[in-house]
Design a protein around this ligand. Sequence first.
Ligand code: GLN
Ligand code: ZN
Length: 767
Amino acid sequence: MQTSKEIQIANLGFPRIGRQRELKFAQEKYWRGETSQAELKKVAKELRRTHWEWQAQAGVSLLPVGDFAFYDQVLTLSATLNAIPERHRNQDDAHVDLDTLFRVARGRAPSGKDAPAGEMTKYFNTNYHYIVPELTVDQEFSVAYEQFFEEVEEAKVLGYAAKPVLLGPVSYLFLSKAVGSDFDKLSLLPKLIKTYADILARFSEQGVDWVQLEEPVLALELDADWQAAISSAYEELKSSEVKVLLASYYGTIAHHQALVSALPVAGLHLDLVTAPEQLAEFAANLQPEQVLSLGVINGRNVWAADIDLIAERIAPVVNDLKGRVWISPSCSLLHSPVDLDVETELAPALKQQLSFAKQKLSELTQLKALLSTPADSAAKVEIDTIVATCVARREAREAAADQQVIDRVAALNADDYERDTVFANRQAIQQQKFNLPLLPTTTIGSFPQTPAIRGLRSRWRKGEITQEFYNDQLRQVTRDTVERQLKLGIDVLVHGEAERNDMVEYFGEQLQGFAFTKFGWVQSYGSRCVKPPLIYGDVSRPEAMTVEWAQYAQSLTDKPVKGMLTGPVTILHWSFAREDISREEIATQIGLAIRDEVVDLQNAGIGIIQIDEPAFREGLPLKKSDWQAYLKWAVDSFKLSAAGVTDETQIHTHMCYSEFNETIAAIAAMDADVITIETSRSRMELLTAFEDFAYPNEIGPGVYDIHTPNTPTVDEMVELIEKAADKIAVRQLWVNPDCGLKTRTWDEVEPALKNLVQATKVLRRKL
Ligand code: GLN
Ligand code: ZN
C-alpha cells in the first residue's frame, strides 16, 4: 500500500444552503426588501467560510469554489458567460449583477424591471432544478460577471487552494434551449469554448492550478455530433494553463469510454457509486500522468458508507496508480443534507446509519486512513476502530430486518399482480355499479389548504391542541369540502386531503420503516428546500392509514367518494431510500403496504380508489437502454398495490408533469381503470400518445390548469374536451382538473369547477 500522502481527498461541491437554511432565509429577506444586498452577501460569505473550513478540516486539498450560488449554479455560469436574456438585462448599460440573476430566476428583483422568469427544469435525474439558459442563433459570449473570480480571491485570502467547479461547455449547451428560432445549438460551441478559455485564463492568472469541468451529459447516450463536441471542446481547452479535471456523475460513462479516455485532460472523475463496474476499464486506459478521481461516497443519499468494503474494492487501483488517485464523493454533495450533528432527536440506532454532507467528508478521511500504511500503532488502532464500526453498523442493519415483510415479498406470485379479469369486463361491471354519466366529472384529490388548516396542523404538531380537537376540526373541513362538491354537481367526489401536509410524508409517518429528520433539507430550487423522509428499514403498514377519512366523507353522500393514496414508485422516489436492498425490492414492499390499504378501503365501502404516481416518469434512468428494466418493476409495484380488489372496485391513477410518448406501453400495462393526467397546457397534445397506442382504459385529461390563479371559461374547457374527443372515444373520457387544488383558494376553485361542470353539461347535450 502507498503512504497516505499519495492519496488526495477531493470534493466536487458542498451544499450551499447552510445547516439551518441560512441562505434561504437571507435571500428571501432580501427579495422582500427587508435587508440590503450587502447583508445578503455577508451571510453568503460566512457560509462559504464555514463550508471551506469543514472541508479543509477533513483533509480536502483543493477547495471547490463556484459550488456556491445565490439561486442556481447554472445561472451563475450563464451570467459569467453573459448569456442573459435581453428582457432581464439592466436598462442603462446592460451590465450583469446579482439582481440581474434574480430577475432571470424569479422574474423580479429589488432593482430593475420585472420580466417573465426563465424556465426551470430538473437537473438530470435529480430533484434539483436549474434555470434553463436561453440562447439565440447569434448568441455572443463574454466574461460578464465576477462572482467566480471574487470567490477564488476569497478562498485565497483564507489561505486555501481553490479549485473552481463549473459545468463544462458541452453540458451547458445541451441543457440550454434555443430561443427565437430553431437552430443547432452546437453551432454556438466554438464561440462558447473561446469564452470558457477566457474564464480559465482568468483563473490561471489568479494562481489556480486545477479546474473541475463537469460533463454529466456523458451519462446519457449521445448522438455522434454531441460526442464529437466533447472531443473538440477539450481539444480546444487543452492549451489552457490550468489543469482540467473532467467530472462525470449520476451514472456510468462506460459507453463513452474510448472517447473519454482519449481526451486531453489532466484528470477524470467517475461516479463509482451508481456505476462501480466502470472503474477497471477507465483505470486500465488512464493516460500517463492523468489523475483518476474515484467517486466512492454517495453524494446523493444520507447513509453512512461501508468504507471498509470500498477500501478493499479500490485498493488494487490505488496501488497501481501510485499517487494519481483522488477519493471523493460520487457527485457534488449538493443533494445531501448538510450536517447530521444538528439532528438531536434521532434514535441513536438510526443515527449511526446516517451520514450527511459534513460527515461524508469525514468518511473520506477515514477511507484514506484505511488505504494508507499505518505509520504507528495509534494509526493501526484507528484503522481497527473504523473497520469495527462498519461491521457493527452492517450487523445492526441485518438484525433489524423484518422477516415477515421479507417472507411476504418472497411468497408473491404472478397472480398477485393481476386483477381478477380484463379491463373490458371490469368496465362493464363498474358501469353497472356506479352508473356514471357520460364524461364523468371528478377532481384529483386535494382541495385548498387554507391558512386555517395549516395553522391548525401547526398547533397540533406543537401539542397545543388535542388529537380529538384536531380531528374534529378536520372533519368539519371535510364535510364542508364534500358539501361544496355536491353543490357544484361533481360526479365522483374526494374528501379533500385536509389532513395531509404532503402526499409522501403523510404515508411515511404511518408506515413502518420510515423516519424523519428535523433539518435534513436539500435544495430543490432557488430558496426552496425539501426534506425527504428516510426509508431505513423494511416497509409495512401496521394499521389503516386513510380509511377513517374516506369512510367519513362517504357517509355524507350517496355519490361515490374516491379513496386517495400515494403509489409505491412516488413514495420511493421522493424519499431517501436505503441502499442495502434494491429499489425494486423497496418498491415491492411499499406496494404491499399500499395494497393492504386499498383492500381495507374496499372493505370499508369505498368503491373507487386512486393511487397517485406523479413521480413515475421521474424515476426513468438516464440511459434509455436501462428504461425497460425500470419500467418493469415500477409497473409491477403499482399493479401489486392495486390488484388486491374485486372487479367492482374502480382503480384510478394520476400523473402530472409527464410526457407519455415513450412510456405509453408501460402506462397501459399498469392497467388502472382510469388515469387522470395533466394536459391543459399542452392543449391535449399529450393525449396523442394514448390515441396512437389505442389505449383501451379510461382517461381523464386535465382541462383546468391549476398552476395559474385564472378561471378557465366554459368555452375554453368545451374546446379542450372536444379536442380530447377527437383523439379518444367519448365513453372513455373523464373531465377533471390537471392536478390537486391544494395550492389554490376556494375563491379560485369554485368558479373554475362550476365552469368545468357546466362545460361537461354542454357537451353531454351535444355529443
Ligand atoms: N392527490 C394529490 C393531490 O391532489 C395528487 C398530487 C400530485 O399529483 N402531485 O394533491
Ligand atoms: Zn398531479
